[in-house]
Design a protein around this ligand. Structure first.
Ligand SMILES: [Zn+2]
Length: 645
């Protein structure tokens, strides 16, 4: 294929300085003026009894005119796709007018407090409980307050374009500082946001965290400060080491896109919580990430583990925060948000999160390539692909992304995570582009085209994306990049909107990785586990609502086996663990006759025909007994080698 213009003109992305520990921003960027001049919404946040895990919020809405105030809690949070009903943790709501006279509140919905009969101003005072310190919820204890904004703060219907001014009052003697992407003021505890969207996107950590900074420079000469704010139980030296590693990852990320985003406040902050009480999570935001884990940075191996989430979340500063699907823009805080394109927003980020750790030298190349086997297997063998495409998996996120319900679901067989699915699509696309162009076009070029077309054009209003993309746009830009509409259409028809799996065996061999069946000689019946029970063996014994349905298309499914059924005989003998083991050792094509007792008590006889196990393994070509060719070596280095100059 012919070479195209977009290819890797490697731009200089240098570190120009590394700051010492500091607790205050060097040169705060002023917040832009709000869209229309109106009284800002002001919040005052106090923590009278942090040991009891609640905080008090006073919020004043003024300039209301005569309209009743409709104060709401969000039901969802950016980066989360299920409804979380943050109103459930609120108690002791009181309302006052500008003179301090008490007003009555009503509850027209579970997530709204309405106040009529005010004098144009309402001060709401409420308390809220929270003890889950992750990227989604609110948590407070004696060591910190971790505020995901939609989980913490009421806002008012109709005042979404108003600016916000928020003051945090830490507990006396706490040494807490404020870590946030909110816009700073001259008071280190007061911050602003230009509108509701930006405010909601700005998680805030209050603690005695350690801070390290470094600066990155864009080709246009602009510099941005990258901050590593970590609440942790390690030493200063541990944090120094972590920050050094973060810097390597950050530079490798910048090299993919050729530049860093124009961070709204002039900086990006990693808000990291590594404490024994953290809940594992990583959440992306425009100019920050809210990441937490129970790991300790005093352990080198665990410190390196932390880089996986850090790499993933920082890639989101481009992919989803700015290269953003139109169906997530603007984010709707009153409902679940459904998107066509989480296979791109999360899956491609998952792929790059791992690939960039290889390029930065944290994961050896051979190990990294073998590591892609997980997503290859999930997609090639996952029975969810028989009923849903990657687009449909994305649209299912409101039910699978930490969603809560008490009924049974069959997601174990009908759903493949759009992270895994999307990562496998990204891998297939990267290797296909390299294959078709003889290395001239790569997935980096595609991401760069999406960046310059959809991500980079700035919105006049911080918190918004000027030009979000549609599913059709993604297909069309792939056609533009490759100058090959047939390739782009086939790729999307087959692997994104269709339910085919790419030929990973051929694609991975280019880089010297052999993809082959894990146990080609062994027979296989599917995802069947049995445990002894009265009268035989129970299949995939349900534990309450936790079920493991028999996967579509497996021999067991085709023979009519399902979780909860009891196998009473195998080939005419009483069903025992030993008899089941003997059946499992049959060869592909051989059969067994089973008698099943359904949960109704009804019995049925069925014949199961074993198939070859479809599970794949990825191994280095040298481990497979061959010698890596010069072409494979060069391919692997071009794919996995560092791009930082
Ligand atoms: Zn993500």
């Amino acid at each position: 294929m012919k070479r195209l213009l977009l290819i890797t003109s490697l731009l200089v992305l240098g570190v120009v300085s590394t700051g010492a520990q500091q607790t205050r921003p060097a040169a705060p960027a002023a917040a832009p003026a709000p869209a229309r001049a109106a009284a800002p919404i002001t919040y005052r946040v106090t923590f009278p009894e942090p040991e009891h895990h609640w905080m008090q919020v006073e919020v004043t809405f003024s300039g209301l005119g005569t309209r009743p105030l409709q104060a709401r809690m969000s039901r969802s949070s950016p980066g989360r796709y299920a409804v979380h009903e943050f109103a459930k943790n609120i108690f002791s709501v009181e309302a006052f007018n500008s003179k301090g006279a008490r007003l009555s509140t009503t509850r027209p919905t579970p997530y709204q407090w309405s106040v009529a009969g005010h004098d144009g101003s309402v001060r709401l005072v409420y308390k809220i409980f929270g003890d889950r310190g992750d990227g989604t919820y609110f948590a407070v204890d004696n060591t910190h307050a971790r505020l995901n904004i939609p989980a913490s703060f009421m806002w008012a219907v109709g005042l979404e374009t108003r600016s916000v001014r928020i003051t945090f009052v830490p507990p006396a003697g706490s040494n807490w500082k404020v870590g946030t992407q909110l816009f700073p003021t001259s008071d280190p505890f007061t911050y602003t946001a230009p509108n509701l969207q930006y405010f909601m996107d700005s998680p805030t950590e209050l603690s005695d965290f350690g801070l390290r900074t470094f600066t990155v420079k864009n080709p246009d000469g602009k510099t941005y400060e990258i901050r590593v704010a970590a609440h942790h139980d390690g030493s200063d030296a541990n944090l120094d080491a972590l920050a050094k590693d973060v810097e390597r990852v950050v530079l490798e990320q910048g090299a993919v896109f050729g530049e860093f985003p124009a961070f709204d406040t002039g900086n990006y902050v990693f808000l990291l919580d590594y404490t024994p009480h953290s809940d594992g999570d990583g959440m992306e935001h425009r100019n920050s990430t809210f990441t937490s884990s129970r790991l300790t940075i005093s352990n080198e191996q665990q410190r390196k583990q932390a880089l996986g989430t850090i790499s993933h979340e920082f890639f989101h500063a481009w992919n989803v925060e700015r290269i953003r699907p139109a169906d997530l823009e603007p984010f709707n805080f009153t409902d679940a948000n459904v998107s066509c394109c989480l296979w791109m927003a999360e899956g491609f980020t998952q792929y790059y999160g791992n690939l960039l750790l290889i390029r930065a030298g944290f994961t050896p190349q051979a190990q990294g390539g073998i590591g892609f086997g997980g997503s290859i297997n999930a997609v090639v063998t996952g029975s969810g692909r028989q009923v849903r495409s990657a687009v449909e998996m994305s649209q299912h996120a409101p039910y699978t992304d930490a969603a809560a319900s008490i009924d049974k679901t069959d997601f174990g067989r009908s759903f493949i995570s759009y992270y895994t699915y999307g990562a496998a699509i990204a891998l297939a696309l990267d290797l296909s582009l390299r294959e078709m162009s003889d290395g001239a076009i790569t997935l980096d070029d595609y991401m760069r085209l999406l960046w310059t077309t959809y991500g980079k054009p700035a919105s006049a209003t911080p918190g918004f994306v000027a030009r979000p993309y549609t599913l059709r746009d993604l297909r069309n830009r792939l056609a533009d990049l490759t100058k090959n509409k047939v390739f782009a259409d086939e790729f999307f028809d087959q692997y994104v909107e269709g339910r085919d799996a790419a030929n990973y065996e051929r694609l991975m061999l280019q880089a010297g990785f052999v993809v082959r069946p894990r146990a080609p000689e062994a027979g296989w019946i599917g995802n069947v586990q049995v445990s002894p029970t009265e009268g035989g063996l129970i299949i995939n014994q349900p534990q309450g609502n936790s079920i493991n349905p028999i996967a579509f298309g497996t021999p067991a499914y085709e023979a009519g086996l399902e979780y909860g059924d009891i196998i009473t005989t195998i080939d005419g003998q009483p069903a025992t663990v030993e008899a089941f083991g003997a059946m499992s050792r049959k060869k592909p094509g051989e059969t067994a006759t089973l008698v099943l007792r359904r949960r109704s008590g009804h019995t049925t006889t069925t014949t199961i025909t074993l198939k070859p196990n479809p599970a794949l393994t990825v191994i280095d070509v040298e481990t497979a007994g061959a010698t890596m060719t010069a072409g494979q070596k060069a391919f692997r280095e071009a794919w996995m080698g560092s791009k930082v100059k």
